[in-house]
Design a protein around this ligand. Structure first.
Ligand code: FBP
Ligand code: MG
Ligand code: MG
Length: 339
């Protein structure tokens, strides 16, 4: 059967045996994410018509004003996972602390924890620009049947068993990896089914697009400033094209398809950068590497960073291998010039 006719459900059944520790649990978990994504997609498509835009009136643990869709997406994903008792713990950008999922009989025999950014690109919700959802799945390290602890969440990214995102853009796509390459599925909204539209996605070794919020240029480290100058020089394939949507999922997805680099560096105003290691950088880094790309904090491979806090932030350099390596070269060259 040609790939494009294959549904996400069929793909999961066919590939279940290639999933690490496959027992059907991870398949059911990915299926639950698919379901929650469709529910959230349905609401996003009505943004502007129904009372789902604007601030929710609360401030989350990041100190950011929660948008109504942040809260809605967080609730829908949590609900879908908890109702199906498919994980033993959840961590989310919108939750101060991790959520222990107890089964109906008070224990939980599941072996996976999920970390998520339920709605990525919140600043773009009200202006009809693409947003996303990001997820990362780990096998717990504490004994099955006991309540999860922080240890189960503070695992380095190289221990992820699966990661992915949903892009709510001109079409809705679910892109994920279980450690055997990256596949993209597009939702046919008429029948509510995801189809394998982008099998075995690979990112080009290099590209011509750079995605950085340059407004903070004066606040960047010298290495980053010099890299940006390099991007704009008249030489070879440069100057590269500046593209910045302001939604990590959308900027990453475009660069995955076309080649490019996305950077959210540290700066005087954001000494650790802005993006969260556990549910933004680790999952996107896993996908980037599985597609042949690279991801670091300018110096260290993202997936090798040992997390110390649930909501910790790290500088993020991700995309085409040669472009990330060029940025790292500049960071190394000017590492004495700190903030
Ligand atoms: O507005 P800035 O500082 O450029 O930040 C934009 C970045 O922040 C984010 O919106 C952070 O994600 P959330 O919207 O999930 O908080 C990224 O999607 C995006 O790349
Ligand atoms: Mg985000
Ligand atoms: Mg978010």
């Amino acid at each position: 059967m040609a790939d494009k006719h294959k549904t996400l459900g069929e793909y999961i059944i066919e590939n279940q045996s290639s999933f690490q520790y496959s027992s059907g649990e991870l398949s059911r978990l990915i299926n639950s994410i698919r379901l929650a994504a469709k529910v959230v997609n349905h609401e996003i498509r009505k943004a502007g018509l129904v009372d789902i835009t604007g601030a929710a009136g609360e401030v989350n643990v990041q100190g950011e004003a929660q948008q109504k869709l942040d809260v809605y997406a967080n609730d829908k994903f949590k609900e879908t996972l908890i109702n199906r008792e498919i994980v033993c713990g959840i961590a989310s950008e919108e939750e101060d602390d991790f959520v222990v999922v107890e089964g109906a009989n008070g224990t939980n025999e599941n072996k996976y924890v999920l970390m998520m950014d339920p709605l990525d690109g919140s600043s773009n919700i009200d202006v009809n620009v693409s947003v996303g959802t990001i997820f990362s799945i780990y096998r717990r390290v504490t004994p099955v049947g006991t309540p999860v602890t922080i240890e189960d969440f503070l695992q380095p990214g190289n221990r992820q068993v699966a990661a992915g995102y949903v892009a709510y853009g001109t079409s809705t796509m679910m892109v994920f990896t279980t450690g055997n390459g990256v596949n993209g599925f597009t939702l046919n909204p008429a029948i509510g089914t995801f189809y394998l539209s982008h099998p075995n996605m690979k990112i080009n070794e290099t590209g011509k697009i750079y995605s950085v919020s340059e407004g903070y240029f004066a606040h960047f480290e010298k290495g980053m400033q010099e890299f940006l100058k390099y991007c704009k020089e008249e030489e070879g394939t440069r100057p590269w094209t500046a593209r910045y949507i302001g939604s990590l999922v959308a900027d990453f997805h475009r660069n995955l398809l076309k080649g490019g680099i996305y950077v959210y560096p540290r700066s005087r105003t954001a000494p650790n950068g802005k993006l969260r290691l556990l549910y933004e950088c680790n999952p996107m880094a896993f996908i980037a590497e599985q597609a042949g790309g690279k991801a670091s904090d300018g110096f260290t491979r993202i997936l090798d960073i040992q997390p110390t806090e649930l909501h910790q932030r790290v500088p993020f350099y991700v995309g085409s291998k040669q472009m990330v390596e060029k940025a790292e070269e500049y960071m190394e060259q000017y590492k004495e010039h700190t903030l």
